[in-house]
Design a protein around this ligand. Structure first.
Ligand code: FMN
Length: 511
């Protein structure tokens, strides 16, 4: 129901205010007033391995304030300040729809930092100053259940930040953004030799309790827990119970959340879908294959900090080589989090050497291969290409369709290719419950963040496309039911650098 109602079509876009109400624009920086602040040392000068070393297991860094700082610096922190025409704004390592940043991140740390006074704590990460805010401290023996030097990351969302601009479709963007943040953490942890395990049998209410988000009096705008991740030098059971941690928590926390907007307006469908999907997560089958294939020698931190969305593609220069195309696909071929993939990439190829213009599909889970073929036009070729699991479906002129499907955005048609992430949809939600709806967006967001990074590592540009005409894309493929649905689009090419926009280093004011 939510999904159908929030589709964009040629005749009707999903309901939103339809204009930008600047008076109520939400503050993108959450702060807990009254909470103890722990300033983190900047890690921007820390050396990081070349990007192509992501494919190897790096030695684990010790768990220290400096390494925690680096983890956050290259995942959720401000990457640069931009300014033009008297306006300035911050951009971050993690991409976010409309740069509105609904995703908040928290650390649950064992006694580690001097400021924790030998107690465990729940801390909010405040990217504005690159600091932690201690919300609560407590004693617990929970850490005995994990390998030494492990800790937790929790992600949550303030949907109002996206609702403000996108109205009813905002819940989709919120969850795509969670996926972007998750993959940002995964890559930053990898640079420190740390593994990230997403707990997959946890209830959203338990994350809310852990973060204090159910203490409604401390919040003006609703914030809801999404994801809990264990950071460790080793692999951890994804079914880990956090009951012992929950038992140790005090009832009230420190700090009151800052008010983000002077007023808000409601879209009833948003709390309804939030409630409907705030159920228990059900463990999914594992798929241990991951593959990072970029050969880029650029320092990983430079790739992460220089990843930017582009506003205009240079179609004359947007051609890419077959090798670049394959590297991008391989970078997201395996499971990005150890769970089975659900999203397949339907590629609208426009400017890739040795590839004729047309529609291709990159199948990311062989389980779905036959079902995909049965759901699509009978006339599709399914001709195997040189890269495993890549098939040509139809040779045709595709630029006009690519742009029309992407809400008429030329960044889709002027690049090397654009793509739609076609997910195994109704079967997954039927099998794993309503929460899976969010998880499908998380997977797509994570794929998007990885594509951004790999494109950047090769000197290319990528941009996420949340604005697309759902059923125009489905009907191009012959899809008539909900077995497969496209949840996120993406474009890759070469962007124009807008010389009117000035760039400033992050956190200069702290030096
Ligand atoms: C889920 C998602 C959807 C997006 N949709 C669009 C889009 O439809 N059109 C567009 O030009 N940019 C889109 N973007 C790009 C954002 O506007 C961009 O990430 C944001 O302005 C921050 O800039 P940065 O990516 O350079 O950090 C999207 C990004 C995300 C993460």
């Amino acid at each position: 129901m939510y999904h159908e109602v929030t589709k964009h079509s040629q005749h009707r876009y999903a309901r939103s205010l339809g204009y930008m109400d600047w008076d109520t624009q939400p503050n993108p920086f959450r702060e807990y007033i009254g909470a103890k602040k722990i300033l983190l040392p900047l890690a921007l000068d820390n050396p990081t391995p070349p990007y192509n070393m992501l494919s190897t297991k790096l030695p684990a860094a010790p768990l220290l304030k400096e390494s925690i700082s680096q983890l956050l610096q290259f995942s959720m922190a401000i990457a640069a300040y931009k300014s033009a025409n008297g306006n300035s704004w911050a951009v971050r390592c993690n991409a976010s729809s409309g740069n509105l940043h609904p995703t908040e991140s928290y650390l649950i740390l064992p006694p580690l930092l001097e400021e924790q006074n030998n107690r465990s704590s729940v801390l909010h990460y405040a990217p504005k100053n690159h600091e932690l805010e201690e919300l609560v401290s407590f004693e617990t023996d929970f850490w005995q259940e994990l390998p030494e030097n492990s800790f937790l990351i929790a992600l949550s969302s303030i949907s109002w930040r996206e609702v403000w601009k996108y109205g009813e479709r905002a819940f989709r963007y919120v969850n795509l953004d969670v996926g972007h943040a998750w993959q940002s953490f995964l890559i930053s942890a990898k640079l420190l030799g740390w593994e990230l395990t997403r707990l997959d049998t946890i209830h959203s209410n338990d994350i809310n309790t852990l973060l204090g988000l159910n203490q409604e009096k401390r919040f003006h705008e609703k914030e809801l827990g999404d994801m809990l991740l264990v950071v460790s030098a080793q692999n951890v059971q994804s079914s880990l119970s956090i009951d012992r941690l929950l038992e140790a928590l005090p009832l009230t926390y420190n700090g009151v959340a800052n008010k983000l907007s002077p007023s808000m307006y409601d879209w009833e469908i948003i709390p309804s879908i939030e409630d409907a999907t705030s159920t228990e997560q059900i463990a999914q089958p594992k798929d241990f294959y991951t593959h990072y294939s970029s050969t880029s020698q650029r320092a990983s931190k430079n790739v992460i900090l220089n990843r930017r969305s582009i506003h205009v593609m240079d179609k004359i220069r947007s051609h890419i080589t077959k090798e670049e195309f394959f590297t991008l696909l391989k970078s997201v071929s395996g499971s990005l989090d150890g769970k089975e993939n659900s999203a397949h990439l339907v590629l609208m190829v426009q400017r890739v050497e040795e590839f004729n213009e047309g529609i291709y599909i990159f199948v990311r889970n062989k389980r779905d291969r036959i079902a995909l073929q049965e759901s699509m036009h009978r006339g599709f070729l399914w001709k195997e290409c040189e890269l495993k699991n890549l098939y040509l479906l139809e040779e045709r002129e595709i630029q006009i369709a690519s742009q029309a499907i992407s809400c008429s955005q030329a960044i889709a048609s002027d690049g090397a290719f654009s793509l739609g992430m076609l997910c195994n949809f109704a079967p997954q939600i039927n099998e794993y419950g309503a929460h899976r709806y969010k998880e499908l967006f998380w997977e797509c967001g994570a794929v998007g963040q990885q594509l951004y990074l790999d494109a950047t590592s090769m000197g290319l540009s990528g941009t996420g496309i949340g604005c697309f005409l759902d059923d125009m894309f489905h009907s191009m493929l012959g899809i008539k039911d909900n077995t497969f649905q496209s949840l996120y689009h993406f474009t890759v090419g070469r962007g124009y650098v807008d010389s009117r926009i000035q760039t400033q280093e992050p956190y200069e004011e702290r030096e």
